[in-house]
Design a protein around this ligand. Structure first.
Ligand code: SAH
Length: 217
């Protein structure tokens, strides 16, 4: 398990990272507060601590990545979170994005298809004071028994928008999902307007690891 140590050096590096993300256009103070508060280095292997506060994605276990801090901030800002929002995250990964959502007061349900990552995040987050509900499963299907959700965030690149996720969004709810080919996805912001109508907005290009079907083992 990662050592829970957060030094002045780490805090200083985080403050710089927050200013960098702000200068790239993130203005939601609650998002910036969360990035400034959460020790991202604890979500990465000890060997790579010096990369934890660089605004870049980074490899974690089993060929996956911890998203770039700017991307985490961008997706989170797009969710227009309110305290106590019930949020589904597809792709727990390191658990960093889930920690950001918890820090902002959301009630978080996060799902991961890689057992090793599910275990890692489930062991790390409670010690930091963040308690999302963890699920090991296929996020394409969402969590029908726990929905509907106020917000849905997908942190892997999808080739299409999974129908079950649309169905599990509350009316008035927002889903943020990168959709496209393997080497480029467009960030889609989807608002559910009624039982049958959705509004779709495109918000620029991003690159994520792919959303895959089924479980890892
Ligand atoms: N939110 C993560 C980013 C992880 S990268 C973080 O903050 O670190 C995307 C993650 O999505 C990977 O861990 C990958 O295993 C997972 N994933 C891909 N397809 C999935 C699916 N169908 N269901 C659940 N998780 C999935």
């Amino acid at each position: 398990m990662a050592q829970i140590e957060d030094s002045f050096m780490h805090k200083g590096m985080r403050r710089k990272l927050v200013e960098e993300i702000r200068s790239k256009g993130i203005s939601d103070e609650q998002v910036l507060d969360a990035i400034g508060a959460i020790p991202r280095h604890l979500f990465m292997d000890n060997t790579f601590v010096q990369f934890a506060y660089v605004d870049k994605a980074f490899p974690i276990a089993v060929g996956q990545t911890i998203s770039q801090p700017y991307t985490v901030a961008f997706q989170t800002q797009a969710l227009e979170l309110k305290k106590y929002d019930k949020v589904l995250e597809v792709g727990t990964g390191s658990g960093y994005q889930a920690a950001v959502l918890c820090r902002m007061g959301a009630s978080v349900y996060t799902i991961e298809r890689q057992k090793a990552l599910y275990d890692f995040a489930r062991n790390l987050l409670p010690g930091l004071g963040y308690r999302p509900h963890f699920f090991y499963g296929d996020g394409y299907l969402g969590l029908p028994t726990y929905g509907p959700f106020d917000k849905i965030i997908v942190t892997a690149g999808a080739s299409f928008i999974p129908e079950p996720l649309k169905q599990q969004l509350k009316i008035g709810g927002i889903m943020v999902i990168p959709v496209g080919e393997r080497d480029l996805q467009i960030m889609k912001i989807i608002t559910r307007l009624s039982e049958t109508e959705y509004r779709e907005e495109d918000k620029g290009g991003f690159i994520f690891v792919p959303l895959l079907t089924g479980l890892s083992d």
